[in-house]
Design a binder for this molecule. Structure first.
Ligand code: GLU
Length: 277
């Protein structure tokens, strides 16, 4: 019998749902418990050069990846026992709440509204929102030059997209994509005039395509990057905070920075202080 397209799609959807239930429970995880069992599942970005990148050979690189590995090691889990999972901006809280990841290290700003759903260790880095434009653009120099209906791209579920909606909505046309790499492609082919997110992320894209793009203006927000984990898992949060402290004090934090985002020319910022709220 030949199945109609809609029926076949229906069967596919059921199969996906079953797989999703099988590998990600409905219960949040305890990081310490997973570490005791010997493996950790960590959410990172897959498309942000210098921060969280899945390389063509299947390996992972970037500052967030180094932080994730350092923390895992301090919890007693060697890097070969880490499973990295893609954590797009809009899915980070859900991945943690559903227990699909143990923790998230994915340019993840600590905010009060996110703290209603998840907890954060850190900050392990402080960045700021900025703008990426094509290298030959002379009109856009900062957020105040976006007026006149400029087309701006950012990512759904991110703090920079929210900031644009809250503070610049009358002046710009915001387009929200799932990932920043899609925004950068839209900038490259002229579908948008600028991309906005944290300066450190934009510096990575600019360095990846020399001569094509530039980061303009001064950062106009403060983005404190935390490691997201299940709400109420205080024992694990303390242990992760200890690991971040140790990474900074031992010099591993600076080395990791220089070998990843530092390569883009982004200057080494001040070391952050962990906030044990
Ligand atoms: N740091 C911001 C955020 O957490 C922007 C970067 C991102 O979307 O990952 O939303």
């Amino acid at each position: 019998m030949k199945l109609s397209r809609s029926i076949r799609l229906g069967i596919g959807a059921v199969a996906v749902a079953v797989v999703a239930t099988a590998c990600g429970g409905d219960e949040t995880r305890s990081v310490s418990q997973s570490a005791e069992n010997g493996t950790l599942t960590v959410g990172i970005k897959f498309d942000q050069p210098g921060l969280g990148l899945r390389n063509p050979d299947g390996s992972f690189s970037g500052f967030d990846v180094e932080v994730a590995k350092y923390v895992a090691e301090q919890l007693g889990v060697p890097e070969e026992n880490i499973e990295f999972k893609e954590a797009p901006s809009a899915q980070r809280e859900t991945l943690i709440q559903n227990g699909e990841v143990d923790y998230v290290v994915a340019t993840y700003s600590i905010t009060d509204s996110r703290k209603e759903k998840v907890d954060f260790a850190g900050p392990y880095f402080v960045a700021g929102q900025s703008l990426l434009v094509r290298a030959d653009d002379t009109e856009i120099t900062g957020p105040d030059s976006l007026s006149g209906g400029k087309r701006l791209c950012s990512v759904a579920g991110s703090t920079p997209a929210q900031n644009v909606k809250d503070n610049y909505a009358q002046d710009v046309q915001l387009q929200e994509f799932d990932t920043y790499s899609l925004c950068v492609e839209a900038l490259r082919n002229g579908a948008v005039d600028a991309v906005t997110t944290d300066d450190i992320i934009l510096a990575g894209y600019a360095a990846q395509s020399p001569g094509d793009f530039k980061v303009v203006g001064e950062p106009f927000t403060t983005e404190r990057y935390g490691i997201g984990l299940a709400k109420g898992d205080d024992e694990s949060r303390n242990a992760i905070n200890d690991a971040i402290d140790e990474m900074i004090a031992s010099g591993a934090w600076e080395t990791a920075f220089q070998e990843t985002v530092g390569v883009s020319g982004y200057e080494l910022p001040e070391q952050p202080t962990v906030d044990r709220y």
